[in-house]
Design a protein around this ligand. Structure first.
Ligand code: HEM
Length: 518
């Protein structure tokens, strides 16, 4: 019987019987007896769970044995709870009990079991990210059947061969990005050596938004030039709410009641865009086109409604912009900390000639460059975008490695950030060492402890898209510019926070840049 049914039955009993037949004193006594029974039951069941329950032997903070401590109490400073999680793993090991029904794991085999072998459904956090009318997207759905169908429908937009047609759009955004950097260098020169200050973190953020605009919204938002387009601005404003929804779930209700996440201007923009495509004969080989084309699918369940298309492209903007731009920025920061590695990467890229007259390398020229890939992998190992971990829930009893029993309905957080820095898996785990990813590395990389894009059926659908964009962007920056670090900026960039994605606390990183002769 659920709580509402019990409450309704008590109310009926009070109205029909108690109010007419019992004295006030008797009612008080009954009330106290019920309250004492309830408290005794709660305390006993908490004690039972803590000391005799199936998760009793899993170590963790004392209070976590009894209560789910709201994240808001320990997320201090805001966005730093990922560090507390790592500290807990450092103290208690690769499995921790965070609350009576939540554990976190960082053992590589167990993460693989949860994400890939058992392929558990997503946990309750993702419900908080669903929109006011409960509309589900590829990312936030917890329903396996819905997910399978939606993933099958959307996948062609991210297929390897389709990425070739998207390269054109990425390139034109990257060329606008180069112009903007040159302009910023010119206007922020403060000496005679030709270097000018550029906020590379912000510009990379604008570039990633333009790339998603160009590939999923039918046109670039021109954020790199103007930093002003209502679509990304409206959506990023909405994004600022997401971490708050997770920290303070009641805010979700507020957002729903006051409709804070609706914008008629945005809805009109999207509906006009889709209608224009549907009614014109011209095709544009982009992600939006693939989603619109589903409307001609022979099976009803494969057709996406206009609302579903809007929800998915908004998701791509949220999931596909900061993730990529922050990772590329982290790569620049890591390379500035170790200039010899920057030079090594530059030598590799310089050795690949640009094809006649072109400003950028093609992705085909870049995709197998070992050091470029090594730099990106090592950056994602040390700065995983999902540093708070990936949340799943057991839909049946399971036994990790055949020995740790986890009952049904346990929330399991896969702590990538700890697994990817565990000295048992990675020698010198905190050092930025792209060399560990090269074929001749003394100790090969531990791929089972590397999950920047997750794994299993809920892995990142945009992985190849992101790698293509990051390779082109990083290679362009290293090829075309000399860099000089600004010491205070490097120092400030040590302060990281995890909101939607891992980010530097200031949300800005400035560096001195000068154009090279290419
Ligand atoms: C460096 C860049 C990126 C990283 C590190 C990254 C990481 C991730 C991770 C860890 C997940 C799993 C989340 C979870 O299980 O809770 C995920 C899912 C997802 N990502 Fe990415 N992502 C990146 C770029 C992108 C891009 C560019 C797009 C799209 C344009 C994208 C779209 C998605 C979508 C739609 C999902 C949900 C997939 C599903 O559940 O089927 N991501 N990503």
């Amino acid at each position: 019987m659920d709580t509402t049914t019990v409450y309704n039955k008590v109310e009926d009993w009070y109205r029909l019987y108690a109010a007419q037949h019992l004295e006030k004193d008797q009612l008080k006594k009954i009330g106290s007896a019920v309250a004492i029974t309830w408290i005794t039951y709660k305390v006993t069941s908490k004690l039972y769970d803590a000391y005799w329950g199936p998760l009793r032997d899993i170590p963790g903070p004392f209070l976590g044995k009894f209560f789910a401590i709201p994240k808001v109490f320990f997320d201090n400073p805001r966005g730093a709870s990922y560090r507390r999680m790592k500290a807990l793993h450092d103290k208690y090991g690769t499995i921790i009990k965070l609350s009576p029904d939540t554990i976190a794991i960082s053992d590589k085999d167990w993460i693989k079991e949860i994400l890939v072998k058992d392929d558990l459904p997503k946990g309750p956090t993702y419900s908080a990210l669903q929109s006011d009318d409960g509309k589900q997207t590829l990312f936030n759905t917890r329903d396996k059947v819905f997910h399978k169908q939606r993933r099958r429908t959307v996948s062609p937009a991210f297929a390897m061969k389709y990425l070739n047609s998207l390269e054109l759009f990425m390139d034109s955004c990257t060329e606008a990005f180069i112009h903007r950097i040159n302009k910023d260098i010119e206007s922020n020169k403060d000496g005679l050596d030709g270097y000018g200050t550029v906020d590379i973190w912000s510009l990379l953020g604008c570039l990633a938004l333009d790339v998603i605009g160009s590939t999923a919204f039918g046109e670039s938002f021109n954020m790199v030039e103007t930093n002003d387009h209502f679509v990304p601005i409206a959506i990023t404003k909405g994004m600022r709410f997401a971490p708050k929804l997770i920290l303070y779930p009641f805010l979700g209700t507020l957002v729903r009641v006051f409709g804070l996440n609706r914008s008629p201007e945005f809805d009109k923009f999207m509906v006009d865009l889709i209608t224009k495509r549907l009614t014109s004969d011209q095709r544009r080989d982009d992600i939006l086109q693939i989603l619109i084309d589903t409307q001609k699918a022979s099976h009803q369940e494969e057709r996406l409604t206009v609302d579903a298309i809007i929800a998915e492209v908004v998701l791509f903007l949220v999931a596909g912009s900061e993730t990529t731009s922050n990772t590329t920025s982290f790569a620049i920061i890591e390379l500035l900390r170790q200039p010899d590695k920057l030079e090594k990467l530059r030598a590799e890229i310089d050795a690949v000639p640009l094809e006649n007259g072109s400003v950028l390398h093609t992705h085909d020229q870049l995709k197998h460059l070992p050091y470029l890939n090594a730099v990106l992998n090592e950056t994602m190992r040390l700065n995983p975008i999902a540093s708070n971990g990936l949340q799943r829930i057991t839909d049946t009893d399971i036994t990790l490695s055949g020995r740790v029993f986890i009952p049904k309905n346990t929330v399991v957080v896969c702590s990538l950030n700890h697994a990817q820095k565990n000295p048992d898996y990675w020698p010198n785990p905190l050092q930025f060492l792209p060399e560990r990813w090269l074929d001749d590395a003394e100790v090969p990389p531990c791929l089972d402890a590397f999950y920047p894009f997750s794994a299993g059926s809920r892995n990142c659908i945009g992985k190849q898209f992101a790698l293509q964009e990051m390779r082109i962007t990083l290679a362009t920056l290293v090829k075309r510019y000399d860099f000089k670090a600004i010491p205070e900026e490097l120092e400030a960039a040590k302060d990281l926070r995890q909101f939607i994605t891992l980010t530097v606390e200031r949300n800005s990183f400035k560096v001195l840049m000068k154009e090279r002769k290419v």
